[in-house]
Ligand binder design. Sequence first.
Ligand code: F0G
Length: 355
Amino acid sequence: MVNWQGLINEYTELLPVNENTPRLSLHEGDTPLIRLDTLSEKFEAELYAKVEGVNPTGSFKDRGMVMAVAKAKEAGAHTVICASTGNTSASAAAYASRAGLNTIVVIPEGKIALGKLAQAMMYGAKIVSIEGNFDEALRIVRGIAEKREDITLVNSVNPYRLEGQKTAAFEVVDALGKAPDYLTIPVGNAGNISAYWKGFKEYDEKYACGLPKIYGFQAEGSAAIVRDEIIPQPETIATAIRIGNPASWALAVAARDESGGAIEAVTDEEILEAYELLAGTEGIFAEPGSNASVAGMLRSLRSGRIEKGSTVVTVLTGNGLKDPETAIDQIIQKPKVLPNDEKQIIEYIESISQD
Ligand code: F0G
């Protein structure tokens, strides 16, 4: 068996790398495309999840970060900087640590999931937690990186991020043997939707594999692109996509329009319903933000907007374990606490094993 060599080695020809680019890797990419058996049967469609939560730091960000950090090192930077709702900071810190670079992250205080904060801390990032939101943090780090040549911005406005992230589209096509009819994807800062579209277009030019319709989903309280206006105080339970002024706005609109797709809003209730349904019926635990795409897919299937018989790939951007607090707070089925009394415990287990 030949071991997967990471994105830079596996896709050298399709990425902007040269002999001076460090072959940085934590074994990112090569994520599973899992058929959603129960939901496919229910909706009479071929439904698949691209499970990005199995990447090294538990989110799709690793695909972009391996490229952005490798290129930063190649260019001689000593520090990478980013604003983040959590996952970007975890990924930047991991890859920078591996590449021997420093990381500075700016995050919105109290609005990042616990697992993501733990990751950034463990990987040794210097963390600045501000009272403002992601959009304000991004404005600040962009300003710093513009002034300092030795500090590289690794948010998705860094073009190498999208280059790395486009590889997920290659993997989807390779797994299916063609492009799906639809791709549903959460939209936050709008980098990933843009990267997928770029990847599908490049692969189609090379292999004539077809193109999907891209359906992006924002959380209702942060649905700037849907409403076509900046949202100064975005809100949603899905903190990963709590963004009111997406940096790749224009690229996302182009992906939507060129593909004949749509960008719509889903409510927090719809996100939580999908979150629980996906874990409870398919055995896949993805974080709330990721489930914006599942919520959108389910709604489109129910309304008939995605037709029966379609092949749909839904992108699960991050691992559910990143946000244990939301899982524990939101799920109605709580652990049953019993005294350490064997008889009582056995009686209780027998009573629940009837169902
Ligand atoms: N899903 C998850 C789990 C995310 O962490 C993000 C973005 C998105 C979806 C949206 O992707 O920004 O490319 O449209 N998280 C960023 C961060 C903003 O800082 O971790 P996007």
